[in-house]
Design a protein. Structure first.
Length: 129
């Protein structure tokens, strides 16, 4: 399977900046397309930061990627899965919410021995709006 092109950091920063007022509690929920773009670009960034196929990170309904080196998963439900909602994902991706805090608050589900992506976060830093 060919790898996707790396995400332009400026493109990611712009997409996240568009949803930032919502993330910081100072604006309405963004349009679905804007939210989808921020989630997809940040997940693709994770895919390039930690290439591999041993952990699947899911942010329904927008995207899922596989990352981290290790035993490769090819069929059925992967043994190492991280799943969360778009807001929680973007809060973690921007450093507004820590991995361990998200786990403790039950905002992220992580199953499997390798399903710890905390050391990879945040993926992008943007100034508050």
């Amino acid at each position: 399977m060919p790898t996707r092109r790396p995400v332009d950091p400026n493109e990611l920063r712009a997409a996240v900046t568009r949803v930032l007022p919502w993330l910081t509690g100072h604006g309405p929920e963004p349009e679905r397309a804007e939210l989808a773009a921020a989630v997809r670009l940040s997940l693709r960034t994770l895919e390039h930061v930690a290439p591999g196929r041993s952990v699947e990170v899911r942010v329904p309904p927008f995207a899922a990627v596989q990352c981290l080196q290790g035993p490769r998963h090819t069929r059925g439900t992967p043994p190492n899965v991280v799943e969360t909602d778009p807001r929680t994902w973007l809060e973690m991706a921007t450093g507004r919410l820590g991995w361990s805090d998200a786990l403790a608050e039950g905002r992220v589900n992580a199953s499997g021995g390798r399903a710890d992506i905390g050391a990879l976060l945040p993926l992008v830093r943007v100034a508050d709006a």
